[in-house]
Design a protein around this ligand. Structure first.
Ligand code: ARG
Length: 268
């Protein structure tokens, strides 16, 4: 027993010192963090990462992209981020916050990147850089099954519409003629308001919409979709990490990892 322990300790020490030279590829407890994220790999310039932490700003109320399960943030974005950080030799730390705080967290340097089912928009591009997109989405309309005054996108005019604050749903709906926009911190709260008859419809991304409808019997998604969008990771303007993230993303797309992660959460 003692022998095994000292062997582990010795290898941990070797690994810790090897890490300083960027040579440790995992296995020991001291390298557990980056090892848990997948082995260091080809893109990986782990010599620069040295097992350092990268903070990801997200809003974990957006199933299946990020949500809390067993006290942990899980979901498509969490797993892709974990895979990217694993490749680059970083330890991923996820910081949960309001959606509309994410970009500020990134621009102020409080977080190293933002990943939250975040749509690339020209306006956001003025404050942050985006990686290449990793998936597509579409904004949809959720209504009550019974007696809805909204049956198609055109009907939104003049209605009271619930959105998650600061999202693209919020931006689009704010342009709808005569609409009254009710902004909520969470999409779930917007859907709750719908079930209580406080709003006529909710505009939100399609996959979370499915999850919300499943959790709220009596609601449904209209067939008339709203806007197509692309999700990407945002980083501080000019960050050196963006190119590394893109390289890692490219590899994860090519080797099928991204697909596998998405399919784990979305069955079509
Ligand atoms: N795709 C939309 C946007 O970028 C909504 C994202 C909301 N994400 C979240 N984790 N709450 O604005």
């Amino acid at each position: 027993m003692k022998k095994i322990l000292s062997a582990i300790l010795a290898s941990a020490m070797i690994c810790a010192s090897a890490l300083a030279f960027g040579a440790c590829s995992g296995g020991s407890s001291s390298d557990k963090a980056s090892d848990a994220t997948g082995s260091a790999a080809s893109t990986a310039d782990s010599s620069t990462a040295e097992g350092k932490e990268l903070h990801m700003a997200t809003n974990a109320a957006f199933e299946p992209y990020e949500f809390v399960e067993g006290g942990k943030v899980v979901g498509i974005d969490a797993e892709i981020a974990e895979a990217i950080c694993g490749k680059l030799g970083y330890k991923l730390v996820i910081d949960d916050m309001d959606f509309d705080a994410i970009i500020t967290a990134v621009t102020s340097g409080k977080a190293d990147f933002g990943m939250a089912g975040m749509t690339i928009t020209d306006e956001r591009k003025q404050s942050v850089d985006f990686t290449d997109p990793y998936t597509n989405a579409v904004q949809v309309i959720i209504v009550n099954e019974k007696d809805s005054v909204v049956a198609k996108a055109d009907d939104l005019a003049g209605k009271t519409i619930g959105v998650q604050m600061g999202t693209t749903g919020d931006i689009y709906v704010s342009d709808v003629e005569g609409a009254k926009v009710e902004r909520f911190n969470k999409g779930a709260d917007a859907v709750l308001a719908l079930t209580q008859g406080k709003v006529d419809a909710v505009v939100i991304d399609n996959q979370p919409a499915k999850a919300f409808v499943a959790q709220n019997p009596g609601t449904k998604i209209l067939d008339d979709p709203f806007e197509n969008e692309e999700y990407a990771i945002c980083l501080k303007k000019g960050s050196e990490l963006t190119a590394k993230f893109n390289d890692a993303l490219k590899e994860l797309k090519t080797d099928g990892t991204i697909d596998t992660i998405i399919k784990k959460y979305i069955s079509e």
